[in-house]
Design a protein around this ligand. Sequence first.
Ligand SMILES: NC(=O)c1ncn([C@@H]2O[C@H](COP(=O)(O)O)[C@@H](O)[C@H]2O)c1NC=O
Length: 190
Amino acid sequence: MYVGRFVVVGPGIGAYRVSSRSFPNRRVMDRDGTLTVGPTPDAPETDNPYIAYNCVREGGDYVVVGNGSQVDPIAEKLDLGYTPRDALVEILLALDYEKDDYDTPRIAGVVGAEDAYIGIVRKDALLVTAVEEPTLVATYEADEPRAFDLSADTAADAARELYDHEFEHAVCAAAATVTDSVETAFYNGN
Ligand SMILES: NC(=O)c1ncn([C@@H]2O[C@H](COP(=O)(O)O)[C@@H](O)[C@H]2O)c1NC=O
């Protein structure tokens, strides 16, 4: 099954995978603790505005994961003291789904040491909810939050677990754990 990009978040852990049919030449890089998705050096040039962005970033006492430019303003709202619910609702509503050929939804998660929230804005809906257990939401097909059987309890294992998941067209993955401190990791398939 092809679900496009997906996030998995639960209290203390969050992960994100890029799956892509159209733009497979991409990788995750670490820039001062923020994880960024971008093209590999050999990638064809494109003017698509949705394929390079920060996918894992700290905000307040939380870590934000997501599939686009919403990650930055959500993190900034958390820095300002917004609750995760309010930061997700406000920014997902403001930016809305992507204006591409697929009306691709924006997806995001907010992970704290003891709590987690997941959200999606589609053309027909805005859903934001707290979650108690690892929960997945994806851009296509699996575009309602659903339980996900995540085995990993480290960031490195979570990135690898999402990369290896059976959903088609894996490109790269990133993850974070949140305790007293934040650990991040990524996996580009090599
Ligand atoms: N976040 C991403 O990495 C990302 N990659 C591709 N997209 C969008 O989704 C469309 C479909 O891409 P694909 O066929 O690779 O699933 C692309 O034209 C692009 O507008 C993205 N936007 C949202 O997921």
